[in-house]
Ligand binder design. Structure first.
Ligand code: AHR
Length: 504
């Protein structure tokens, strides 16, 4: 049997793991909003004010900390005034990015804020820099957050909402290097400062403005944004024009833009995917190095507001809708990402998986008949809830076997740990496929007792859940034991596990 050794220092705490690393993303894309979150008030599918209730109930178990909306690429062609007022009177538009379909605007600002309330999630509204005006963005902030008497507050009241909402997170455009306007970093940086200036903080609504940053490790964007944010002629010398800079990172198995199947993949494609998932750590380090040079006190955060797997769409579905299955492989990609996110929690303060429902690496797949399937990725989010706002612990492999592809080797085991309220949570991802992995974890520095362990896997790495087999991949109890300070367990192939410990 293959053996791995790891160690966790229970007495050395690191930065807090922001719960916002477990954030979500819902775009007007395919069936994420329409047919996903939103079925409309007249639907036979149980709903409250048009929002699908089984989806809300399932997501509440994940304690969704924030929800990014309305895009993605869609954000830079969205005009918020089209999505308020009586639904029957709202103008339609063409969603040119995603399937060239007609967007009804039935789901708009009030519906989104209602959804956030139902989920208990904080709103992350992504404004339109690409094709919208400064005035439009400024008025959206006023509409959402201003109390008292003002033109936008009056308009909001006419549409049935008296009190302003609290909107902490505000995105200044999206992928400005591509669908957001094909801009250069320097041009976007100037625009972002200008838009940020007119996103006012009404009635104490403190805004966390997020500038759109790089694809992957394109650090030219991080350089330009950081130079501007820290320059002496920043709009407000007390405060940077933006509080965070984003980047996007997607995982796939190929080398080009050609996407592979979500469910039919070779062993090489599987290992390449895992290798690509690990790669996000190098990308984060690259951005951090630039940010550290400009901002050693870490006043500006890094945000990964789009990440996840990107496969070819399920056969027979609209190629513009990005509907893909979700297997054990996707769950392992999520497990690896969270370990990396936890290690970089000092600078990386938010991450949003793309996307919550029916698009890319989704938590939930729904159908129009009322069916709902929880994906393996959903279960990773649920099993990791204990890391939200916990203090990170140093966790590392000491002697870990590798799996290899194309001459490159990746560790067979990824892990991370955190502590809060007298407990510790350990997450382990075993990516080997040839057999179980026996794991010994030396728990140093504090006496602990074992509370319980769970494991998520399937018959193979391509196992997934369907309406006919909704529990093919679900967490089950895992045998584990303590021998002195050593935690012993055996992980099946391609598995994600969590272990809960009580600190003495
Ligand atoms: O998540 C799907 C799309 O991927 C988003 O709209 C865009 O920002 C990214 O390219």
């Amino acid at each position: 049997m293959t053996i791995a050794r790891a160690a966790v220092d229970l007495d050395v705490t690191g930065p807090q793991i922001s719960r916002h690393l477990y954030g979500h993303f819902a775009e007007h894309l395919g069936r994420c909003i329409y047919g996903g979150f939103w079925v409309g008030e007249d639907s036979p599918i149980p709903n409250e004010r048009g929002i699908r209730l089984d989806v809300v109930e399932a997501l509440r178990r994940l304690q969704v900390p924030n929800l990014r909306w309305p895009g993605g690429c869609f954000a830079d062609e969205y005009h918020w005034r089209d999505g308020i007022g009586p639904r029957a009177e709202r103008p339609t538009m063409i969603n040119t990015n995603w399937g060239d379909v007609v967007e009804s605007n039935a789901f708009g600002t009030h519906e989104f804020m209602d959804l956030c309330d139902m989920l208990g999630a904080e709103p992350y509204v992504n404004g339109n820099v690409g094709s919208g005006t400064v005035q439009e963005m400024s008025e959206w902030v006023e509409y959402l957050t201003r109390s008292g008497d003002s033109p936008m507050a009056r308009l909001r009241r006419e549409n049935g909402r008296d009190e302003p909402w609290r909107v902490p997170f505000w995105g200044l455009g999206n992928e400005a290097w591509g669908c957001g306007g094909n801009m250069t970093p320097e041009y976007y940086t100037s625009l972002a400062r200008r838009y940020a200036t007119f996103c006012k903080e009404h009635d104490g609504n403190r805004l966390y403005r997020i500038a759109a940053g790089a694809a992957d490790d394109d650090i030219r964007w991080t350089h330009a944004l950081m130079a501007s944010a820290t320059s002496s002629n920043a709009p407000d010398p007390q405060r940077s024009p933006f509080q965070a800079i984003s980047f996007h990172y997607y995982t796939h198995a190929g080398t080009g833009i050609q996407k592979e199947s979500a469910t039919a993949f070779s062993r090489d494609e599987y290992v390449r995917t895992i290798s690509k998932a690990y790669e996000i750590e190098r990308v984060i380090r690259a951005h951090e190095a630039v940010m550290d040079a400009y901002d050693p006190n870490r006043e500006i955060d890094l945000v990964c507001d789009e990440w996840g797997t990107w496969w070819s769409v399920e056969p027979g579905t609209n190629p513009g809708f990005l509907f893909q299955q979700n297997t054990v492989r996707d769950a392992l990609v999520a497990g690896i990402h969270f370990d990396v996110f936890h290690r970089h929690a000092a600078r990386l303060r938010m991450a949003n998986i793309a996307q919550t429902l029916n698009v890319l690496q989704a938590m939930i797949l729904t159908d129009d008949e009322g069916g709902l399937v929880l994906t393996p990725t959903y279960h990773v989010y649920e099993m990791n809830v204990g890391h939200h706002d916990a203090l990170s612990l140093s966790a590392r492999g000491v002697d870990v076997p590798t799996v290899s592809v194309d001459g490159a080797e990746v560790p067979a085991l990824s892990l991370s740990a955190s502590t809060k309220n007298g407990t510790a949570l350990l997450s382990l991802t075993h990516v080997g496929v040839d057999g179980p992995l026996s794991v010994d974890v030396d728990l140093r520095g504090r006496a602990v007792s074992l509370v319980g362990a769970r494991v998520l896997t399937g018959a193979n790495a391509a196992a997934h859940n369907t309406p006919a087999q909704p529990d093919a991949v679900r967490p089950v109890p895992l045998n584990a034991s303590m021998e002195g300070s050593v935690l012993r367990l055996q992980l099946p192939p391609h598995a994600f596990a969590t272990v809960e410990l009580a600190l003495a």
